[in-house]
Design a protein around this ligand. Structure first.
Ligand SMILES: [Zn+2]
Length: 449
């Protein structure tokens, strides 16, 4: 085996050679050119070092045979060359190759040991590429990626990495779903923990443009969040406020409500929602949301998000009054009544304009909405208990997962790619990236043909 000292000497000579090439006496044209040249040189050095390191790790005198899983012995053939796509660029290397005469399976012990995936992106490169793809559309993403790393990846490769990460999120969710159906596991959770003191859940949906869905190209991406917050709601109804949620878990899927319910329950089990002393759900008025909450968490407190509820007021005011001052005064009055939980007065106020020639439609919609959801709008009680009444978190969650990334102008998605990109983004925003990346690293390399 080449010793580390020998490789170090080789590396030193290589660095000197590269430096000599770089440090020419002619005056450089610009600092940025110097920076770029040095970065390029450092990448070359990195590739050299990584290749040397891999060579060092491969056995210099390979065993003649190694055990094969089939029970027979795989025999050493020769050293086979391959290329790793890494964050330093493409790194060629050689490693011992074994072939089993019985099952014809080829094996590379070094690849297995280090989780190398020749010809594919390394886990590190894939993680960074996917992180970019989860943040930006693939084409500008790949341009930015190359500018920052000097490693060129096509937008297709960026998409592939992002979706691979999304698929890993999907696999993890599937495990969670299975576990969340396991009575024994649920009981053991109950024995071990009292659950969180107060946990919030919220649900929302946003329409995404899907290719090839014929008459229904816009499909609803359903998103949910689990979070905690120590912040109190404000004291007056006319203040703007943002919830600073902490410890947020986002999840999402493009599916029917019933199937999404499995994910709500499964992700909830990860947060011990079923054991929470107080579980509070925030949402808009959508029926599927409250049906799922009632089905899976019958004890949870259901609250219609304050911002959604108040959105119904202005359209009625605008059609009922021509003067802006009157509109404002009326809106303010209805908001205050709603804030104080005077639902009868609020509903009566809308009913008054139900027959209005122009405002009628908005008023009738408001009457229905407030009548159906009045038991979810007891805002004075919620405030008294210190509950959050605005679902800013998931609103921004849905916006952050779907609207910002999937609803870029003109974007039409393949269904699977949309879901996986959204899931990758959800994991990133939930601080789950390292967990998902670690799962990818543990993937065993493909067996040799
Ligand atoms: Zn075999």
């Amino acid at each position: 085996m080449q010793s580390a000292a020998q490789l170090g000497q080789q590396y030193g000579r290589y660095v000197m050679e590269l430096s000599a090439q770089l440090l020419q006496p002619e005056t450089p044209t610009a600092l940025s050119q110097m920076e770029r040249d040095i970065r390029t040189m450092l990448l070359k050095q990195g590739r050299f070092l990584l290749g040397a390191w891999l060579t060092m790790l491969d056995q210099p005198y390979p065993a003649q045979s190694i055990p094969c899983p089939c029970g027979a012995e795989a025999l050493f053939q020769f050293r086979r060359e391959a290329t790793l796509l890494t964050i330093l660029g493409q790194v060629p290397y050689q490693r011992a190759y074994y072939l089993c005469p019985q099952c014809q399976q080829g094996r590379f012990p070094l690849d297995e040991q280090l989780g190398l995936r020749p010809g594919q992106m390394s886990a590190q490169l894939e993680s960074l590429a996917a992180m970019t793809g989860a943040q930006l559309p693939f084409q500008p993403g790949s341009q930015l990626f190359e500018s920052l790393t000097l490693v060129s990846l096509s937008d297709h490769s960026l998409a592939k990495a992002t979706q691979a990460m999304g698929a890993e999120v999907e696999a993890q969710e599937q495990e969670w779903v299975e576990r969340s159906c396991d009575e024994q596991w649920l009981q053991s959770q109950q024995r071990l923990s009292q659950g969180p003191q107060r946990l919030y859940g919220s649900l929302d949906g946003v329409k995404v443009h899907i290719r090839g869905d014929g008459e229904h190209p816009w499909r609803e991406l359903k998103a949910g969040a689990w979070f905690t917050t120590t912040q109190q709601p404000p004291h007056r109804p006319h203040e703007d406020w943002e919830i600073h949620a902490t410890d947020i878990t986002y999840y999402c899927d493009l599916c029917e409500a019933r199937q999404f319910g499995e994910l709500v329950w499964a992700t909830g089990c990860q947060r011990q929602a079923q054991l929470a002393q107080e579980l509070i759900f925030l949402g808009d008025g959508a029926e599927w949301i409250w049906n799922l909450v009632t089905e899976h968490y019958p004890e949870a407190i259901q609250i219609v998000d304050w911002f959604h509820a108040t959105e119904y007021i202005a359209p009625v005011a605008q059609t009922a009054f021509s003067g802006e001052a009157q509109q404002k005064a009326w809106t303010k009055w209805v908001r205050s009544a709603l804030w104080e939980g005077e639902l009868d007065r609020v509903i009566r106020a809308f009913q008054e304009y139900g027959d209005h020639p122009r405002g009628g439609e908005a008023a009738t919609r408001a009457v229905t909405y407030f009548t159906n959801n009045r038991h979810r709008m007891d805002y004075p009680t919620y405030r008294a208990r210190g509950y959050q009444i605005g679902s800013g978190t998931i609103e921004s969650g849905c916006k952050r997962i779907a609207t910002q990334r999937l609803k870029v102008a003109g974007a039409i998605w393949n269904e699977e790619n949309a879901v996986r990109t959204a899931k990758a983004r959800g994991a990133l925003l939930s601080g789950q990236w390292d967990t998902i990346t670690a799962r990818r690293q543990h993937l065993s390399p493909p067996l040799a043909a």
